[in-house]
Design a protein around this ligand. Structure first.
Ligand SMILES: [Zn+2]
Length: 486
């Protein structure tokens, strides 16, 4: 058989096995997986993967490229963000459609696809379901019945996954709406992705914290001790208040409620960005009861950083929601990832520049939330997980490539198997890679991973049969990425 490309001499890593094999690629698909052979036709286009892992292309099913926010668009364009993703070993992303009230979901989807013409890798889009009415002057947050009736059309147009929030005043979905939306998503065979924190109580805690901070500052100023007032942890600029007003039990409570609604409706539900042991335990308990349609995601930031970062003078750069947790929670995330209680790792890449982050640095209630990480995800999970002996090579591939494809219904991706898209990463476990901003490729102006280096990095990337990264250099065509209907 003739191939367009053969990847040879590598150690093939899948979610189930490690083996030695050659991969034959034809017409953008994996055409054969062959036992190692000393004689390859000399005319073949060959990638020699000696000393490297050969694995499915990474699937990053959660990031925010060029997203509208209260402080402007996020810094990465579809071009810069997807090039960074590719250089980090990711061959498919799933980003978001954010509709505006009154706009049909399908119209919002098409507008978002029109923004993504520069994508260099394939992409899907989650549909965000947010209230059509905000809580202004007593008007409740509502997802209208008309909106829920649009779900089948959105599904038919290629959105199999729908995001909802149980926190943030302008995004938070009421329980009754959540219940009806889950039923609507279940009816079309979709997946609901939930940001789960108990928004109402968080808002109460934030108001209380503001009063406490103001009272303590007034007391210190009255006593005349200006230096103590400046040193006091009771300061609106102290990012740690972000954590103190989002305690673990509010994350657990929300996850518990979402899981209950999922169980009753039968809807498939993925809880996004878990970093908190007590919350993940809810997923573990459901799985242990035999509930097969409740899943969990974690992100590199929860696997590398702890809440200690929030105590730094520039702690607002590590503000994300749900917040970073103590070391014991981080340790638990690795255990849960190894055990499969957590299904997948996504970057939740939310690229706010320092200037955008700084708009909130004097007020913890206004700090833009999000940490960049689209390029580092595969390398970070390999270095801090596989290399550190916390997870296996199989758990790495499972959580970064195969499970994300399965859960997000990317049916031609995530596996090295005949007939699947030829999305293949050649990962050299010996490359030493700095994660400083100057060594990364997104449009960001800081790296959350500054002064961190990893051992093991993506060397070459093949996407639908095309070599798009060669020796750590992007060599693909801008705009080659396709929207994947799911
Ligand atoms: Zn996110």
């Amino acid at each position: 058989m003739d191939f367009d490309l053969i990847i040879t001499n590598g150690t093939v890593i899948t979610a189930d096995s490690t083996s030695h094999a050659n991969i034959g690629i034809k017409n953008g698909k994996i055409a054969a997986i062959m036992p190692p052979s000393p004689s390859l036709p000399s005319t073949q286009n060959v990638i020699d993967a000696s000393g490297c892992y050969v694995m499915p292309g990474g699937i990053d099913a959660h990031e925010h490229l060029h997203m509208r926010t209260g402080v402007g668009r996020t810094a990465d364009s579809w071009r810069s963000g997807t090039i960074a993703a590719a250089l980090g070993g990711t061959t498919t992303i799933v980003d978001f459609v954010d509709m505006t009230p009154g706009e049909h979901l399908v119209d919002a989807l098409h507008l978002r696809i029109a923004e993504a013409t520069d994508a260099v890798i394939d992409y899907g889009l989650h549909m965000t379901l947010q209230p059509d009415l905000y809580p202004i002057d007593g008007v409740p947050r509502v997802i209208s019945a008309e909106r829920i009736a649009e779900i089948p059309a959105a599904r038919a147009a290629g959105c199999a996954t729908f995001k909802m929030y149980t926190a943030y005043p302008n995004m938070q979905v009421q329980d009754g709406d959540l219940y009806r939306a889950l039923a609507g998503i279940q009816a079309v065979g979709g997946l609901a992705c939930i940001h789960a924190e108990h928004g109402d109580v968080i808002e109460s805690l934030r108001e209380q914290a503001k009063r406490d901070i103001a009272r303590e500052q007034a007391r210190l100023h009255q006593s005349g001790d200006v230096a103590a007032a400046q040193r006091s942890p009771y300061a609106m600029s102290n990012a740690h208040w972000h954590n103190r007003t989002r305690p673990p039990w509010l994350e657990r409570e929300s996850v518990q409620r979402v899981v209950s609604l999922a169980e009753d409706t039968g809807a498939q539900v993925l809880i996004f960005h878990l970093g908190c042991e007590t919350a993940v335990n809810v997923i573990g308990e459901a799985k242990a009861r035999g509930v097969g349609h409740v899943f969990g995601e974690t992100c590199p930031q929860y696997l590398v950083f702890t809440d200690e970062y929030l105590k730094r003078p520039d702690g607002h750069l590590w503000v994300c929601s749900p917040p970073l947790r103590p070391q014991a929670d981080q340790d638990a995330m690795w255990r849960m990832l190894h055990a499969g209680t957590l299904d997948l790792v996504s970057s939740d890449h939310c690229p706010f520049t320092v200037a955008q982050k700084d708009t909130g640095k004097d007020d913890f209630t206004k700090m833009p939330g999000g940490v960049p990480g689209i390029e580092v995800r595969m390398g970070v999970v390999h270095h801090f997980g596989v290399r550190a002996g916390k997870i296996t090579l199989q758990a790495w591939v499972r959580s970064c490539c195969t499970r994300p494809a399965e859960l997000h219904q990317l049916t031609s991706k995530g596996r090295l198997a005949v007939g699947y898209d030829a999305d293949v990463v050649v990962f050299d476990p010996h490359i030493r890679k700095s994660l400083n901003q100057s060594d990364l490729h997104s449009s960001m102006d800081y790296s959350a991973y500054e002064n961190i280096a990893v051992e093991g990095w993506t060397r070459d990337v093949v996407a639908r049969g095309e070599v798009i990264v060669r020796n750590q250099q992007f060599v693909g065509q801008v705009g080659r990425g396709k929207f994947i209907k799911r």
